[in-house]
Design a binder for this molecule. Structure first.
Ligand code: FEO
Length: 596
């Protein structure tokens, strides 16, 4: 087979193999690729598996047409490519072997060959001229063994990529590249994403028109597609939206829960649902799809105070292959001491960036009504983003979207001529930087709005993450009309005469009102900056941080009604009055949520 006029394919197809590397099913066989570059000097690129010695040597002889090879370039020492080094040198004893130092060590170990005087040890970036073809060697350690290098032919712009861009399947089997290349990548090279990323960075600097891997077809067109997939896989980025459910089931109850979940997910518009019975289905395919899709459900039983062996094997493989950056949920079953969910979570704790579903399914022996409810909740949580993306299913009027806007929290200080005042606000925005302009939005019901309208000056104190809840009580839950919020406090003053806080701020700025915009319920003050000081390197307190870390958990136990999301005030009753104003923080009905 001709790759170019001067590069010929001399590899072989293996249809006798059942398990590649002794574990991966390969119904389409395997190819072991080898190439000959014909030039003033002739180079043979790698050898093939031990079962194909004569077929490969015949292929080479035919291409050489009576000439002798000058170089055997060994890019990778795994026996599917390197098994015939000694046989080749018996036939062509004057050949010089080119490989990395690590590969020569492995040649000694595999063949007890002394190649002194008949070898060139490649350096990373070193070159070899064949006459017309100029080869550059680029080290690619752990893609997939430590001795690996790839070879770039800058003359014909061909990358000989070793195991990179390989796939399962012989070359005479017609099948899509992506699926078997993905299964090959995840299984064989998947653990070494960082090393593949490094190689891709090096490859990005080269003009590559053909990729010649050691397995699978030579890639000649649309190389961006293959390189893009390699980038996705090696950066552990989900390739597609979808949910893989991997399960084991002893007596069918766990399977029933999985079937219910799969049906509900499909009914709710999940783009792909793939279910794997880990005891029966191909484990490498389940692993490959777990990496392909964005979400994974693990369902198994407690077994011998552990988890079922096939699930144990599956999770071990996920962890070994650096599974990360995905959403994962758990279904467990147990009849007297269920431990499966706990054990699965512990095993997965080595995986980075796992977003655990809030809803799990806990089955005692058989699926019951409470489990159906848990499955419904899990379905809703899993499908939330799919529904939101769907033009027909999405709620397009969900104003809770506005709560996702990020806010900081600030104390705005002012003075009415008699006393200092302070107010918590979250709506401070820098508008421009030349000149500096800052907008502050304040509810008209607040006394500070009235004061700033009159005086035209204010200070914005940026709260830092060390601010305790008492600061929010002090400035947020009482009115300056009736209370002196600074009574007993240490007072610091900026150039405009207003207070800046003594503690719990990382900066403050003094503002002068330049413009006022009436927004009905609120007024927006557009201001210039007259003074600005940085007090510390603490992070700014955000609304989210306040909700998660500062605000005490509201005491809703045993109560029925609604809770204020800002301060935790509980309104007890069946219906929330539309015009309710929280007596503590003065926020309206929109900031209340039902007690669950
Ligand atoms: Fe195809 Fe890593 O050997």
């Amino acid at each position: 087979m001709k790759i170019t006029d001067t590069i010929k394919y001399v590899g072989v197809n293996d249809h006798r193999i059942d398990l590649f590397e002794g574990q991966y099913k390969v119904p389409g066989g395997m190819s072991y690729n080898s190439y000959v570059i014909l030039d003033e000097k002739i180079a043979v690129m790698d050898t093939v598996d031990a079962d194909f010695t004569h077929q490969w040597l015949d292929n080479i002889q035919q291409v050489l047409d009576g000439r002798k090879p000058d170089y055997l370039i060994v890019q990778h020492m795994e026996p599917d490519h390197a098994a015939n080094i000694a046989n080749f040198l018996k036939v062509y004893p004057d050949t010089t072997v080119v490989a990395t130092g690590k590969a020569f060590g492995m040649i000694r170990n595999f063949f007890e060959l002394d190649l002194e005087g008949k070898k060139i040890e490649a350096e990373n970036g070193s070159t070899l001229s064949l006459g017309y073809h100029q080869l550059t060697f680029v080290f690619a350690p752990m893609v997939h063994w430590p001795e690996v290098m790839v070879t770039y032919d800058s003359t014909e712009k061909v990358l000989f990529s070793a195991d990179g861009f390989g796939k399962f399947g012989a070359l005479d089997v017609e099948e899509p590249w992506d699926d078997e290349a993905r299964r090959y990548f995840i299984g064989i090279v998947g653990k070494y994403g960082a090393q593949v990323q490094k190689l891709l960075k090096a490859a990005a600097t080269l003009d590559i028109q053909k990729i010649c891997p050691l397995h699978g077809p030579v890639l000649t067109e649309d190389l961006g597609h293959y390189i893009g997939l390699y980038d996705t896989w090696s950066s552990y980025t989900p390739e597609d939206d979808g949910i893989v459910i991997a399960y084991t089931s002893v007596y069918g109850h766990t399977r029933m829960a999985v079937s219910l979940l799969a049906e509900k997910l499909k009914a709710k518009g999940c783009p792909r649902v793939l279910v794997y019975d880990l005891a029966r289905d191909d484990m490498s395919q389940a692993l490959s799809d777990a990496f392909r899709y964005s979400k994974l459900i693990l369902a198994t039983t407690t077994y011998n105070a552990g988890i079922y062996p096939f699930m144990n094997d599956f999770i071990t493989r996920l962890v070994e292959h650096n599974y990360q950056n995905r959403t994962v949920g758990l279904i467990e079953n147990g009849s007297w001491a269920p431990l499966a969910a706990k054990i699965m979570k512990e095993m997965m704790s080595k995986c980075k960036k796992i977003d655990w579903l809030k809803n799990s399914v806990h089955i005692w022996s058989a699926v019951k009504e409470e489990n159906r409810k848990q499955i419904d909740d899990m379905t809703d949580e899993l499908c939330k983003e799919y529904i939101a993306k769907d033009d027909t299913l999405a709620n397009k009027n969900d104003m809770t979207a506005l709560f996702r806007i990020g806010y900081g929290l600030y104390v705005v200080t002012s003075n009415d001529g008699r006393k200092d005042n302070g107010l918590i606000v979250n709506t401070v925005t820098q508008l421009t930087d030349n000149p500096y302009r800052v907008a502050v939005n304040i509810n008209k019901a607040n006394y500070s709005h009235h004061v700033i309208r009159q005086t035209g000056v204010l200070n914005v104190n940026c709260l830092s993450v060390d601010a305790p809840f008492s600061v929010f009580q002090q400035f947020g839950f009482q009115s300056g009309r009736t209370v002196d919020k600074f009574a007993g406090q240490k007072i610091n003053r900026s150039g405009n005469g207003l207070v800046f806080l003594d503690k719990y701020i990382n900066a403050f700025m003094s503002l002068k009102v330049e413009q006022y915009v009436d927004l009905d319920t609120h007024g927006m003050f557009i201001c210039s900056v007259t003074e600005a000081r940085v007090m510390s390197d603490q992070d700014t307190m955000t609304y989210t941080y306040y909700q998660q870390n500062v605000k005490p958990k509201p005491e809703t136990e045993g109560k029925k009604g609604f809770v204020c999301k800002v301060c935790g005030y509980v309104y007890e009753g069946d219906e929330l009055p539309e015009d309710i104003i929280c007596p503590l923080c003065k926020h309206g009905a929109v900031d209340f949520e039902p007690i669950q």
